[in-house]
Design a protein around this ligand. Structure first.
Ligand SMILES: Cc1cc2nc3c(=O)[nH]c(=O)nc-3n(C[C@H](O)[C@H](O)[C@H](O)COP(=O)(O)OP(=O)(O)OC[C@H]3O[C@@H](n4cnc5c(N)ncnc54)[C@H](O)[C@@H]3O)c2cc1C
Length: 483
């Protein structure tokens, strides 16, 4: 294999991942990105400068040994590379597809200064796919058992990551999931064209091989409470990873009109209930040939707008109160939405939805905004421009302006302290809550965040649960957590 000099590596072009052409993909639900070939992966890996100060690893919330795995890719040892990643990240095929790499590992890459960071996400995805598609994934329950049982509530990335580590440590792990399908947002929120569900299922199958038990249609708080789990059900500890799936609305007139959806409901109907199929028992409003407005600027808004296009909408517009620069969505999703023909109506906010006599949405009243001073998020605050309102015709509106923590479980456990935002109070390092034996992590603690942050929290909690089960002392109050 050719060895490149440092100078050559610094000037080599970043490899581009092949993708379905925009005109084709906007009419199907198949994956947009097609993944690196082995040849592209090796070429891309050979660009890595192998810096001695691994800033890319510092930029990864779970500390994947990036240079080590990329070195193996450059040598063509893809299975070895997958095993290196798996030491720190149990869901690489998922993270390679959905992590905001530009803000994390790739953002920190020295070559990012030249606008050509190593495509770490695409390489991670490639080796994880290589391992899965070649039947090289391995999992076996450890023979030495701890004799302790842990319940995990919620099967999103936080719960799955926590379950993986605890199972590897020899504990008996049972995951309780409210829905009939496992994976949390990975399954019901992120669409098939970004994250094929067979990948989530393959990861869950690995956990089953590790000995993890899954119970679906189990809403903890309704069937069993946390006290039941820790009492008569015989669990020694519980991890709560119930996420932030409660949609927020702008609280404007007309929100109850037919045709106004939360992004959660719209995406769940399409992703989980396959509402686009004629035989689906949970249909979705027929948008074929119609006008759709999606409110918000995050990944959820991009997913909803691109889903509406695939359902045949004639026109789909993202309506966002700030400018494109402030959008929190991943860059790639914004670019893909543009390419597929989603319109971007920036510095615009809804003030009212209007309907006909039968209660169907027909129009929306909008207002122009301008950017003021920066707010707590560091982004410039949107300020309404007085007297700037106008009305536009619309057939469906999807509200994607954020989610609040799922309230059901916290409501049924009075001794589980919550913040004023409805998130659970839990120690950032250990996941310990205010209730003995109960740990928490992911969106239920941070509010809506990212897959990798949820996984990181799940892993830290697993380490802390392991310590607790092996005789560690329970500290009554999580340290350093604002209430
Ligand atoms: C549409 C959409 C797109 C996104 N895109 C990205 C992206 O591209 N990249 C990225 O990094 N992040 C993305 N995110 C954010 C990311 O998915 C979340 O931050 C992450 O899934 C949080 O993980 P979690 O395990 O905390 O919760 P979740 O994934 O929400 O999982 C929680 C699970 O708990 C279950 N549950 C809730 N209450 C109970 C109960 N009482 N009993 C039993 N089970 C319960 C829920 O049904 C759910 O399955 C996206 C989010 C959405 C909504």
């Amino acid at each position: 294999m050719k060895e490149f000099t440092l100078r050559e590596r610094m000037t080599m072009a970043r490899q581009t991942m092949p993708e379905q052409p925009p005109g084709e993909r906007r009419a199907n639900f198949s994956e947009v990105n097609l993944g690196f070939t082995a040849g592209l992966a090796v070429l891309e890996a050979q660009r890595c400068l192998m810096c001695s100060r691994t800033v890319c690893i510092d930029g990864c919330p779970v500390g994947v040994q990036i240079t080590e795995f990329i070195d193996l890719v450059a040598e063509g040892d893809f299975d070895g590379a997958a095993k290196v990643i798996k030491r720190d990240n149990s869901l690489p095929a998922i993270c390679g597809r959905v992590c905001p790499q530009e803000d994390q590992c790739e953002g920190a890459c020295v070559l990012a200064r030249k606008g050509r960071p190593i495509a770490i996400g695409a390489l991670e995805r490639f080796v994880a796919d290589y391992e899965r598609l070649n039947g090289l994934m391995t999992a076996e329950p450890p023979s030495v058992r701890s004799g302790k049982a842990v319940a995990i509530v919620g099967s999103g990335p936080a719960g799955l990551a926590c379950a993986t580590d605890l199972a590897k440590q020899g504990h008996d792990v049972t995951v309780f999931e409210a829905l009939h399908a496992l994976g949390g947002v990975l399954t019901y929120g992120i669409p098939e064209f970004r994250l094929p569900k067979e990948i989530v299922q393959a990861e869950v199958a690995q956990l089953e091989k590790l000995g993890v038990a899954f119970v679906t249609n189990a809403v903890i708080g309704m069937i069993d409470t946390l006290d039941d789990l820790l009492g008569e059900e015989g669990f020694d500890a519980v991890f709560v990873g119930v996420g932030a799936g409660l949609p927020r609305f702008p609280n404007i007139p007309g929100e109850n009109l037919i045709g106004v959806y939360s992004a959660n409901e719209f995406l769940t109907r399409v992703n989980l209930m396959k509402a686009y199929r004629p035989d689906s028992e949970t249909p979705v409003y027929d948008v074929a040939g119609k006008r759709v407005a999606v409110f918000g600027g995050g990944n959820t808004a991009m997913d909803a707008s691109r889903t509406a296009l695939r359902l045949g909408a004639e026109k789909v517009a993202i309506v966002y109160r700030r400018s494109e620069e402030e959008m929190p969505a991943r860059n790639e999703e914004i670019v893909h939405a543009h390419h597929e023909g989603v319109e971007f109506q920036m510095l615009t906010n809804p003030v009212e939805f209007l309907g006909d006599d039968e209660g169907f949405l027909t129009e929306m009243r909008l207002q122009a905004m301008e950017l003021g001073e920066s707010d707590d998020s560091g982004r410039r605050r949107p300020v309404p421009i007085a007297g700037s309102e106008w009305t536009e015709g619309v057939d469906m509106a999807v509200v994607a302006i954020g989610n609040s923590p799922n309230p059901l479980l916290p409501k049924t456990a009075a001794d589980l302290e919550q913040t004023t935002r409805g998130t659970l109070v839990a120690d950032d390092e250990t996941g310990r809550t205010t209730k003995e034996g109960v740990f928490a992590g992911g969106d239920i603690v941070t509010g809506g965040a990212t897959v990798i942050l949820a996984m990181g929290a799940g892993r830290r909690a697993a380490a802390s649960i392991d310590d607790y089960l092996r005789g560690g002392v329970w500290e009554s109050k999580p340290a350093g957590v604002p209430v």
